[in-house]
Design a protein around this ligand. Structure first.
Ligand SMILES: NC(=O)c1ccc[n+]([C@@H]2O[C@H](COP(=O)([O-])OP(=O)(O)OC[C@H]3O[C@@H](n4cnc5c(N)ncnc54)[C@H](O)[C@@H]3O)[C@@H](O)[C@H]2O)c1
Length: 397
């Protein structure tokens, strides 16, 4: 996400000065992939002492962001962290306290905001095209390729990722916070694990060498010859036993693969959100109902596993994004600006915003915005656990 473009594209305005990973083999593999000879560390304090650093880019597991953000701020560095900012309200409080004490900056790379269509929706909402927002209906569907990947590795344990309500849905909660431009108040949620983990009829440690390969729909060969995955994961396993292709039916999985979340904002906007991580096709549907009109957004992503394997009648015509505006003047299909690059063209724009200069109306998420996304996810987690509504103000205490 950051390292390669920094080395290849942003040499004039940013320089990558070192790599730190608890697994030194993975840091060395990064050097090989980047074609660099950067100093590598598995000791963060040593890296901070030896390198000349302005900003630390945090891209470790979600649960460990807090440790590196706080250490960096205390060492007088600014921080750009991968989403989610961290995994719960307690970690948010620690980060906020340190940021206030040190007065250094923290930004969260909520790249979803940078997708051209999301920026267009934000602009239309700001211009009042549908009046005041009353209600958002937001459904995220992850397919059996992409969705399953969260059940193969560290994300599948809540203490590492906060579950999908934090790791994945933080993108959606952040988008809605940004659209609505108000504070979330109270959240109620339900969730379950209905496909992966304990639900499997058979299981193994990992796909590589698994005896169930021929009958398992989730079998993958993650390590084709000469792939980057070999260097980054397979050849580095000896250090930390991190299996990139671990079994999706492992009984240690304790995160949900389906969840429904209802919540509302200070300005009265209500939200109905759902996430599924096992759908046949991947996509997103958003309806934003306002006092003067409605916006409907939908997308089917072409990583859909069915699309990849067979020609499905009608699929090609439904691929891509649609944004429809309904007002008293009629129904209008909006033209969505096109952008090249990963995550729907959002990543190159985000990197430009960070590494060159702020783009006009920069959507770069601040610390407070990163916190608000985590708080909705944490409230959902707590509500799923207790069966009760959770007030955001109680999480801030
Ligand atoms: N914005 C996006 O679209 C997007 C996409 C993918 C990942 N991410 C985020 O990027 C981060 C990394 O995800 P990933 O998919 O690259 O995971 P990964 O497992 O491939 O990489 C994480 C790295 O952290 C290292 N690590 C583990 N424990 C550590 C510790 N205690 N100290 C230092 N390093 C440690 C691991 O060795 C590994 O190299 C996550 O926070 C994730 O949410 C964001």
């Amino acid at each position: 996400m950051f390292a390669k473009p920094m080395v290849d594209q942003f040499k004039e305005t940013a320089s990558l000065v070192g790599l730190m990973d608890i697994n030194i083999k993975r840091a060395e593999a990064a050097n090989k992939i980047l074609k660099t000879n950067l100093p590598v560390y598995n000791d963060f304090n040593k890296a901070m002492k030896e390198l000349k650093i302005d900003t630390v880019l945090v891209a470790t597991r979600d649960s460990q962001h807090v440790e590196y953000i706080i250490k960096s701020l205390k060492a007088g560095k600014d921080v750009v962290t991968e989403k989610p900012l961290c995994i719960d309200a307690a970690q948010c409080k620690k980060i906020l306290k340190t940021q206030k004490e040190t007065k250094k900056k923290v930004y969260v790379t909520h790249n979803y905001r940078y997708q051209p269509c999301m920026m267009l929706i934000k602009k239309m909402l700001k211009e009042g095209v549908i009046g005041d927002i009353l209600f958002i209906d937001f459904h995220e569907k992850l397919d059996r390729l992409h969705g399953a990947d969260y059940f193969r590795r560290w994300h599948r344990v809540k203490k590492n990722s906060g579950g999908l309500m934090i790791h994945k849905s933080c993108h959606c909660f952040d988008l809605m916070n940004w659209f609505v431009d108000s504070e979330p108040v109270e959240v109620v949620a339900t969730g379950d694990l209905v496909v992966y983990g304990k639900n499997g009829k058979f299981r193994s440690k990992r796909c590589r060498g698994c005896a169930h390969q021929s009958k398992c729909e989730f079998y993958v060969d993650m390590f084709p010859e000469n792939s980057e995955a070999n260097d980054l994961y397979l050849n580095a396993e000896s250090e930390d036993k991190y299996y990139r292709d671990a079994c999706v039916y492992d009984k240690e999985i304790d995160i949900e693969d389906i969840a429904n979340v209802l919540y509302y904002y200070k300005n009265g906007v209500r939200v109905d959100f759902s996430l599924m991580a096992f759908t046949t096709y991947e996509g997103i549907d958003i309806i934003i109902e306002g006092t003067k009109g409605r916006l409907e957004y939908s997308v089917i992503h072409d990583n859909s596993w069915m699309a990849g394997k067979v020609t499905v009648h009608g699929l090609a015509s439904s691929l891509g994004e649609k944004l429809v505006l309904y007002t008293s003047e009629g129904v209008k299909n909006m033209e969505i600006p096109k952008a090249e690059g990963t995550h729907g063209g959002s990543d190159p724009l985000l990197r430009k915003d960070i590494f060159i200069e702020r783009i006009p109306n920069s959507p770069l998420a601040t610390l407070e915005e990163g916190i608000n996304a985590v708080l909705v996810g944490d409230a959902a987690n707590k509500s799923i656990k207790t069966g009760k509504p959770v007030k955001i103000k109680d999480l801030r205490k």
